[in-house]
Design a protein around this ligand. Structure first.
Ligand code: SDX
Length: 379
């Protein structure tokens, strides 16, 4: 009898790399980015400081932070062929697909890095971080028949993104909300998209290839695509008007063994610590914008999922209503996730490149062997 090796489906529990970028305790719900607890960062940091932290494993001093901000500002504009692509591609394209293609194209205008974590890598990390918001905002404007707005030569990533998206400068509260969302999504251990980025890096391929692959992995609804799916679910409920019943809706979906988007996690077996912050923001913003119902339904779903399945919400659940409250269209939510996670992806790319080994696991062959050949006309 053949002895089959054990397969860890979905690489569940497999430790494949060491990292200084983040630590997750799935039991207690603790998340740390390069030494700093996510609550500390949420209360004190800016997204730019988090980028520096992830790329350098320490916080920047005043001068270093200024330098990074200026560097990001100077890299915001897109090469004209990339802008041309955004203007001419299908207006019905999925924003994540456009982001994926445009980021891939950016490589054509840069000196290729070799995957060895050289000088070019940090330059590419900065430039992709600076350009992703421009790509997303430009495509959203174009598909709505509006003029593209050039990036500002000042202001934070969050401020400039909202400015380019809406054509007007955001207020302090909206900028702060966006900045906090970027901080909360920046890094998260060996999630599927980061694993993809590291695997591509490990073949000594370039950073643009790694990030393009990571965007593709993030797009799926089991990963970053869940935030869009959450909002569509809540909007479906809203369409039902008076009849909307989130508890019955959740129970009915569960009885059909369907997944409820925005719940569950491979590592967290408790409340995702990022969701605490997003929940607080969602409550406040929903009240301010007269969308209390969406928040109340969200809480009703959280309660029902806990009672029925003992499953908690993940980062994608409350981020949906937060983005909705600041007027962002649901199909852009995953792009915003990517716009933040670029910091973690590129940090992991550089970490992998600095201590590389090809990622090459095995598969168990489960079909027949050495079959006799049948000529095509006899099949
Ligand atoms: C992110 O890993 C990361 O770090 C990712 C992320 C990041 O920062 O990068 O945190 C971001 O991707 C969050 C996840 C977004 N995805 C979703 O919200 C989609 C819905 N959730 C699930 O499909 C699921 O929970 C996953 C994909 C997130 C995790 O999948 P696992 O670890 O493979 O778990 P599983 O599917 O095997 O579920 C285990 C059990 C099953 O029940 P039983 O068959 O054992 O009875 O839990 C149930 C599942 O049916 N379950 C759910 C559920 N999630 C798990 N049941 C209903 N709804 C859900 N959402």
């Amino acid at each position: 009898k053949t002895e089959y090796p054990h397969i860890n489906k979905g690489l569940d529990g497999i430790v494949a790399f060491s990292t200084t970028k983040s630590f997750i305790d799935g039991k207690s719900g603790e998340l740390i980015y390069s030494g700093y607890n996510i609550d500390t960062l949420a209360e004190n940091a800016t997204f730019e400081e988090v980028c520096f932290l992830l790329w350098n494993d320490r916080l920047p001093n005043q001068q270093e932070l200024e330098n990074l901000k200026n560097e990001l500002i100077s890299q915001r504009e897109l090469p004209s062929p990339v802008l041309e692509y955004i203007k001419t591609t299908s207006k019905d394209a999925e924003p994540m697909a456009v982001l994926r293609s445009a980021v891939s194209m950016l490589a054509d205008f840069e000196k290729p890095d070799t995957g060895s974590g050289d000088e070019e890598s940090i330059h590419h990390a900065v430039s992709i971080t600076a350009q992703m918001p421009t790509i997303i905002a430009a495509f959203d404007r174009v598909r709505n028949g509006k003029d593209i707005i050039a990036p500002k030569k000042e202001g934070s990533t969050a401020f400039n993104f909202l400015y380019m998206l809406n054509g007007e400068e955001p207020g302090e509260a909206a900028e702060k909300t966006m900045d906090l969302c970027l901080i909360l999504h920046a890094e998260h251990g060996m999630n599927a998209s980061t694993f993809t980025a590291r695997t591509i890096c490990a073949t000594e391929s370039d950073m643009f290839s790694a990030i393009t692959g990571a965007i593709g992995a993030l797009k799926g609804p089991l990963h970053g695509g869940a935030n869009t799916a959450v909002m569509n679910m809540l909007l479906n409920l809203k369409e039902q008007g008076e009849k909307a019943d989130p508890v019955a809706f959740t129970k009915e979906k569960l009885s059909r063994r369907e997944k409820i988007m925005g719940f569950g996690h491979r590592v967290y077996k408790t409340f995702d610590p990022r969701a605490f912050h997003l929940r607080k923001m969602s409550k406040k913003l929903s009240e301010e914008t007269g969308q209390q119902k969406l928040y109340e339904w969200s809480e009703a779903m959280v309660k029902t999922m806990k009672e029925e399945k003992d499953i908690d919400p993940n980062v994608d659940f409350f981020s949906a209503t937060v983005y909705y409250s600041i007027g962002i269209k649901p199909d852009l939510y995953t792009c915003i996730f990517a716009m933040s996670r670029i910091s973690g992806w590129s940090a992991h790319y550089m970490e992998q490149a600095a201590n590389n080994r090809l990622v090459r696991p095995r598969a168990l062959y489960i079909a027949e062997k050495n079959l006799d050949w049948t000529p095509v006309e006899d099949r």
